[in-house]
Design a protein around this ligand. Sequence first.
Ligand code: C2E
Ligand code: MG
Ligand code: MG
Length: 438
Amino acid sequence: MSTLTGVENRMAMQLRLREIFEKNQRANDAVAVLWMDLDRFKEINDSIGHMIGDQLLCVVAETLSEALDRRGYVSRFGGDEFILVCPGANRAGAQAIAADVLGYFRQNFEIAGHTLSVTASLGIAIAPQDGRDADELLQHADMALYQAKGNGRNRAVSFTWSMKERFNRLHDIETGIRTALRDREMSLHFQPIFDLASGKVASCEALLRWTHPLLGSIAPRELIPIAENIGLINEISEWVLAEACAAAAEWPEDVRLSVNISPAVFQSADLPRIVISHLMATGLPARRLELEVTESVLLVDEPRTNAMLLDLRKIGLRLALDDFGTGYSSLSYLSAFAFDTIKVDESFMRIVNTSPETQAVIRAIIFLAAELGMDTVAEGIESDGQLSYASDTGFNYAQGFLLCPPVPRAEITRMLSESFDIGTQRSLRSRQLLRKRA
Ligand code: C2E
Ligand code: MG
Ligand code: MG
């Protein structure tokens, strides 16, 4: 018995589950495990005190017994986590139980004069499909619970094997990131951005590459959010800045460097200091560095964001608004914040030749940008049609696979040391295409 709540404790629950498993192995009966966790219990506990938190847990234990209505056993796993073991319940049975439990939590709890509104999340796993033994079944119910929390709480989610695959991948990536820099698994590629008027390379964008020893190459769009989640994004960004600035210091002086800065890093007051230290260490002049941010940084705390943008500009850096056209794309951002460059997203360019509406929006962006003295980059140029469109509409710059894919540091440095512009690139690319077709 758990002394606080009067229901079985973790040990008793595990014994019971193992016993059921042994019996079931012969009969091949179903057994369901529902792992339940109160949403934001810590906040409740911290705000109204542990005494009331404890009483809430007792009431929850009673509520669960009532909701279960003899369809299984309630146990307290620890903290605010409860486990329901339901012999004989198949998937539909378990989902019905979960729905009943969630239904009970729709009412408020009255405890010592406090009215508490509490919700819960549940993860469901069912033997024999979801686990071969008690431990595996529990582990998978826990995984499903994690997913329920991730999907927005106050819900029940059933385990699936594809969930497990995603989890394993996430786990491998999370542990891999911790040692990737030390083990030199990360590198930067650089993709030129061409000036449409002169045909010359105006800037090169640093793009993170990671080859995981087992999973192979992991795209930055997968890697960056995970690094943000586990608090390693600052370390990675510092490395990117150091490596990119060192590379750019070897390039011709009229070629800039573009570096993507994740919104999480943008929120840290340290950013200007970090940037300055890398510029000093590599001797790269501030005017040659452009930081690219996506509009999500503009959605939080406007005065602070603007102060940060101004701080960065004081250093003499350039700032670009990346992926414009993917999010809110409010035209008011363009006048409210001090950007030097707007990069119009690749998804926009993809449909530009078929969508008159998109063309109208792009013309409006270009007009506004010109009025406000900002440069425009067309991202994701893959075809000659897109390139002529970009140059006819008045974009200042273009970037894309048609012109040059992202290439390793040594290669971009070599290319920049030779005469290399839109013309040579395009004839090179078409020769490669002809060779491929031949
Ligand atoms: P982004 O900043 O918009 O970078 C451009 C992306 O478009 C790159 O993808 C590039 O390889 C890809 N691209 C270039 N030309 C074309 C084209 O013609 N067609 C298409 N469809 N795509 C093209 P990549 O390298 O996978 O990077 C994806 C995103 O990950 C970047 O988008 C950026 O937001 C983020 N990212 C990359 N490196 C870093 C980094 O060092 N730090 C941070 N915070 N984010 C990074
Ligand atoms: Mg970018
Ligand atoms: Mg972009």
